[in-house]
Ligand binder design. Structure first.
Ligand code: Q9C
Ligand code: ZN
Length: 924
């Protein structure tokens, strides 16, 4: 078997240990000629025809379900005596194939097969146990952890009891809160939230941020007359005071704390504090910009000092720079790399200093001071009119990479809505839907512990729409679709690039982004992009749905959120010649029982399994191929063996066709449920896998391409053009899916960039580049001569996906075997004789069983389950290595393991040429 994209091997001495490849890459199937010669190994479950099981041995540790009773202690108990369980604790090195982790045993001659086997097995067991244990260190396998649920909503009418006495049209007015509340009631959101009682912040709490003198001054305003209030207000920048201002500011601060405490205690999952006055401009000894106390800053200090959190992220998307928050934390002596503390991120209108508060400190050059360096991140916009695309880009490219590196334990949002369309101050164009997306992206952080505190927002309509959309996300509603166009504008890209350039020194996550020194000039960028010459011209896309109207009701979470589809009959597909084959029935039975153990299964809506119909299979596969697979039903083992060996790495039994129809049908059933709105998303626990299956051929354990079929089916069922994204995170390339869709503009696959999925509102499509959002990722670095376009890691984009329709196939669940260290390779002859005949019969008995070749003397011999001549030869000669022509892997007798080594390459290349008639794909 040949992996299309093999990872590189790690060299140790003259040996190469394979990195953690799935078995699929390394396993050699040790096939017998007949099914009655199946040998059972300890722990294995052999599936006989008809699904009958035999289980005479106690289970092998690496085959046990990962139940709480089978955690590391039990694995340790399963280890051979005298074997240490290996490094423990969180500081233990991650299991990987790094050279030097384990010393290989010294080279030696084979001491005879039984002894070598015993030792090999012991060694491998030890390795497997240690690896598995390492791997489990960081997994919390507790059966069922309580998942915090409920979205807290804090509001108190009392907070509307102050206004500007001398300016009736002052934008920061009580109607802001009352209209939000009305809207949330109207949208049915209030009843879905858990009410959180507003409370006053204590003096002690205020003092976490503000000085005693300032607190005393504010307290004294409660008794002041209008004249005095106005006079005092005028000594500050952009504030008014009302006799109730102090009380309300304390109530606002306390209310944020109330929500934060409930989220930190796990009583609530997340929350929103509807408060005024706002807070993010307030400084230690100053009120400013309508703000008296800095609620969010107080909450961050509270979380750290009273609740013991180490890392708090503050995201400030109010259109104004939260200079107050920045000043409070930028030189915080408690901020340091050793004791990570508060990370402040603000995206705001700056206009090169022309926008309030007109501070050079609001530019991206302000990064924090002293030990706080890098913990202040400013993204200033230098133009009004920033759109959803600009804000989404800011998050995907700057905030999220840093936030994932920082790993906050709590996210506080200074949630102003004055960047929303129609706000008189911000003059930005952010849609309500965008606030849902911004909120949603943050929910991936801090275990979802996200608390929004209202800041600005002065257009009552866009304020209320924005709050409603953000709250919808907190409640788990799918994000409303964004209206195009979706490309960040040049000015936004320039701001983002500059901030990336500045912060790359603090955050390695930003370092792969090459920032152009000349990115300010469109010309420079275009020129450099032109130089690559590799951007194919875009294909015109039909521009399907009309843009979602603002009046359309926002999508809400269906009652049953996640569908689950599974059918036991899929286990009837099995490998009758090799029960150790990695694609085995237990993959899905285990997955399902694990879902049950975790209590996840009963939280899903069970969807009906079904068989894919003939017309459905024809959506991706040729009639000839479907007929050919159908004809395998009821074949005898020998014929099935032949049928399977027509293809690359495929086995079949009499039930394979049905299982494959079932696997595909189950995924289609999931599509049906999602498209009908019955569930929001779904998981299909299916096998055989599908993504290698070609229109005309089975491949790589896959018979029908379930995911490709599902994509076509979705388009058919929808009855309208539907853009489908297929994300394939299987370690192997999904060649089948790619081949099926590479000329279909309606399906985007994640390993290639095709046409833009974002039609313009006007009805025509984007010119190059195909994915405007990637533009700034591969900003050409004009210092290097060849502007290679490098793909970033895709994870930030993933953050926007989870609550939308999504399907997960179980293709990635191959058993992963531990590393093998082979000390026996020095004896391998470097060059195999030309013209190895892979069809040659066994040189000992002339049988046509599976062919192996000894890599020392190049005799062709039958496998150990045929007449065992390969085993006998190894035993007698002490030659340690044989090469299987079935899938071009090498087996070492002494290690009892499959080995890859550069010296085997000539043999593999030759064997591949002989077996498949073409060249081995690049290997190493
Ligand atoms: N000519 C918040 O949005 N504008 N505060 C001052 C002076 C101050 C806004 C204009 C705006 C403060 C929380
Ligand atoms: Zn503001």
């Amino acid at each position: 078997m040949v992996s299309p994209t093999p990872p590189s091997a790690h060299v140790q001495g003259n040996c190469v240990a394979q990195p953690r490849l799935p078995r699929a890459v390394r396993m050699v199937s040790l096939r017998a000629g007949q099914s009655d010669s199946i040998r059972q190994r300890p722990g294995e479950t052999i599936f006989l025809k008809g699904g009958e099981q035999v289980k005479p041995f106690p289970p092998h540790p690496d085959l046990q379900p990962l139940t709480p009773t089978c955690n590391p202690p039990c694995l340790a108990a399963a280890m051979p005596p005298g074997v240490s369980p290996g490094p423990e604790g969180p500081s233990a090195p991650a299991p990987s194939g790094r050279a030097g982790r384990r010393a290989p045993p010294p080279p030696r001659r084979s001491p005879g097969l039984p002894e070598a086997k015993r030792r090999g097995r012991a060694r491998r067991l030890h390795q497997e146990v240690a690896e598995l244990q390492d791997g489990l260190q960081h997994l919390d396998l507790a059966a069922e952890k309580p998942v915090p649920s409920g979205t807290g909503l804090a509001y108190d009418k009392e907070l509307t009891s102050f206004h500007c006495l001398w300016d009736k049209s002052f934008p920061e007015c009580p109607a802001r809160l009352t209209s939000i509340w009305t809207k949330l009631v109207e949208d049915g959101l209030v009843e879905r939230c858990v009410p959180v009682q507003a409370r006053l912040a204590t003096e002690e709490e205020i003092l976490l941020v503000h000085s005693p003198q300032f607190l005393a001054l504010m307290a004294s305003t409660a008794d002041m007359e209008e004249g005095k209030l106005r006079a005092l207000s005028d000594t500050y920048d952009s504030v008014y005071l009302h006799p109730n201002s102090y009380h309300c500011a304390r109530l606002a601060a306390g209310t944020v704390l109330a929500v934060v405490d409930k989220v930190l205690s796990g009583e609530l999952r997340n929350g929103l504090a509807l408060i005024r006055p706002p807070g993010h401009h307030a400084q230690r000894e100053r009120m400013e910009g309508y703000c008296l106390f800095n609620h969010v800053a107080i909450a961050a200090r509270h979380a750290r000092e009273r609740r013991g959190l180490q890392r708090v992220l503050i995201v400030d998307w109010d259109v104004h720079h939260g200079q107050g928050t920045q000043f409070i934390f930028e030189d915080d002596p408690r901020v340091s790399y050793n004791t990570p503390s508060v990370l402040y991120f603000s995206v705001h209108r700056y206009d090169n200093g022309a926008f309030w508060p007109h501070l050079p400190d609001s530019d991206s050059s302000a990064v924090g001071r002293g030990q706080g360096c890098g913990f202040t991140i400013n993204l200033p916009w230098n133009q009004p009119g920033m759109t959803d695309a600009d804000y989404i880009s800011a998050f995907l490219q700057l905030l999220l990479p840093v936030a994932f590196e920082f790993q906050p334990q709590l996210v506080l949002v200074a949630a102003g809505f004055d960047a929303a369309i129609g706000d008189p101050k911000g003059q930005m164009l952010v849609s309500p839907a965008c606030f849902a997306h911004l909120t949603h992206m943050l929910l991936a952080l801090a275990g979802g512990k996200v608390v929004l505190a209202l800041e600005g927002g002065y257009n009552l309509h866009s304020l209320t729409e924005g709050v409603s959309a953000a709250l919808g996300s907190l409640l788990g509603d799918p994000c409303p679709p964004l209206a195009g166009p979706a490309a960040p504008c040049p000015s936004a890209l320039q701001s983002i690039s500059k901030a990336l350039g500045i912060h790359a020194q603090f955050w390695p996550s930003l370092q792969h982004v090459e920032v152009s020194a000349l990115s300010t000039e469109d010309e420079g960028v275009e020129e450099a992009l032109g130089e690559t010459g590799g951007v194919p011209s875009p294909v015109e896309l039909p521009c399907p749905e009309a843009l979602p109207s603002l009046e359309a009701p926002p999508p809400r979470r269906p009652p049953a959120c996640t569908g689950l589809v599974y059918d036991e009959r899929m286990t009837q597909h099995y490998n009758m010649w090799d029960s150790q084959h990695p694609e085995r029935p237990q993959r899905v039975t285990r997955a399902l029982s694990r879902l049950q153990e975790l209590g996840l299964e009963r939280r899903c809506l069970r969807l009906p399994p079904r068989l894919a119909t003939e017309p459905e299979l024809l959506l991706c596969h040729s009639p000839e191929y479907v007929a050919r697979l159908r004809a395998t039903v009821g074949l005898r083992p020998r014929e099935l063996h032949r049928a399977g060996s027509r293809y690359n790495s495929v086995y079949m039994c009499g039930e394979s066709f049905e299982a494959a129809c079932l696997a595909a049908g189950c995924v289609l059933s999931a599509v049906d449920a999602v498209l009908a709105g019955q569930v929001q998303n779904a998981v299909a626990v299916v096998r055989p896998p599908g993504h290698h299956a070609e229109p005309d051929a089975a491949c790589g354990f896959c018979l029908f391409n379930s995911v490709a079929l599902a994509a076509r089916y979705a388009q058919q069922v929808a009855g309208r053009p539907l853009r489908v994204l297929i994300l394939d995170w299987d370690i192997h390339h999904g060649n089948g899916i790619q081949h099926i869709f590479e000329e279909d503009p309606r399906v985007a696959t994640t390993w290639q960039q095709q046409q833009s999925p974002w039609p313009r509102a006007s009805g025509h499509c984007w010119e190059t580049p195909h994915w405007p959002h990637l533009q700034s990722w591969h900003y050409p670095c004009l210092h290097t001569p060849s502007p290679v376009l490098s793909m970033p890691s895709a994870w930030p984009a993933l953050c926007t996906v989870p609550t939308g329709p999504a399907f997960v196939s179980m293709d990635a669940l191959y058993a992963v075997t531990p590393l093998s260290w082979c000390p026996h390779l020095s004896s391998v002859a470097p060059v195999p004789p030309a013209g190895l005949d892979i069809l040659a019969p066994c040189q000992k008995c002339g049988c046509q069983g599976e062919n192996w070749v000894c890599l020392t003397c190049y005799q062709v011999l039958c496998s150990r389950y045929v007449a065992g001549h390969m085993v006998a030869h190894g035993d007698a000669s002490g030659h340690p290595m044989v090469l299987s022509f079935a899938d071009l892997s090498a087996w070492c007798y002494d290690c009892e393991a499959y080995i890859h080594h550069p010296t085997l390459l000539p043999a593999k290349i030759l064997a591949h040429r002989l077996k498949f008639g073409n060249e081995l794909p690049a290997l190493l």
